[in-house]
Write a protein that binds this ligand. Sequence first.
Ligand SMILES: *Cc1c(COP(=O)(O)O)cnc(C)c1O
Length: 243
Amino acid sequence: MEPNTTTIESGLQTVKARIKEVAEKAGRQAESITLLAASKTNPHERLREAFDAGQTIFGENYLQEALVKIAALHDLPIEWHFIGPIQSNKTKRIAENFAWVHGVDRKKIADRLSKDRPESLPPLQICLQVNVSGEDSKSGVAPEEVSDLAAHVAGLPRLKLRGVMAIPELTKATALQRSQFQMLKAAYDELKRAGYELDTISMGMSEDLDIAIEEGATMVRVGTAIFGPRRYAIPEELAARQG
Ligand SMILES: *Cc1c(COP(=O)(O)O)cnc(C)c1O
C-alpha cells in the first residue's frame, strides 16, 4: 500500500471532476481549461507520482528547488512553468529550463528572458502578471499599463505572448474575488481586441478555482487540492526558499 500515490491520484481526480462540473454549469467545455499542478515544496518523487497519474504540466515558484526536480525528472516529458516572482539575476536559468513563465510584469525582466532564451529551444511562452487587487505589495503590472507591456513583449524575438495571469487578494469575500478575476478577463479581452493572438487566462487556485472558471480561466494553478497541505520540512527546499 502506497498512501501517497493514492492521495495524489485521487486528489487529481477530484480536481478534474470539479473543473468539469463547474465548467459544464458555466456552459464551458472542460477541455478548454488546462490544469497546472503547482508543485512547490513537494519533492520530485511526488511529482513523479502525479505524472504517473496523468499530470504533465507542473508549475514551480522557487528556482533552486525547481532545478533539483527538473534534473531528477528529466526522463519525463514534463512541461515546466515558472509561476513564482522573477528576480533579474535568475532569468538565465529560468529561460534555459522552463517552457512557460507566468509572472512577467516588467520590461526589463522580459528583455532579459528573451536575451537569455537559448536558440535551440522554442520561444519562451509568456503570461503577463496583472495586479488586479491594487495592493502595493503584490507583483503585477497595473491594469492600465498592460497594453504597453504587451506591445513590448510581443516585439521580443525569443518570447511568445500567450496571455495574462493574476493572483487575486486572499479573501473570503467572493464578490471581491470575482471582480478581480473579471478585471483580468477584461485585460485579456482588451489585448485580443488590439489584435494579439492569445489563448491563456491563468487564474484560479485550490480555494477559488470555481469562481475563476466561471469568470473565464483557461488555466488553473492548483497545489494543495492535488498534493495536500504543503510541507516545508525538506532541507534542500528550505534552503531554496531562502534564495
Ligand atoms: C502555490 C501557488 C498556487 C497554488 O496554490 P494552492 O492554494 O496550493 O492551490 C497557484 N499559483 C501560484 C502562483 C502559487 O504560488
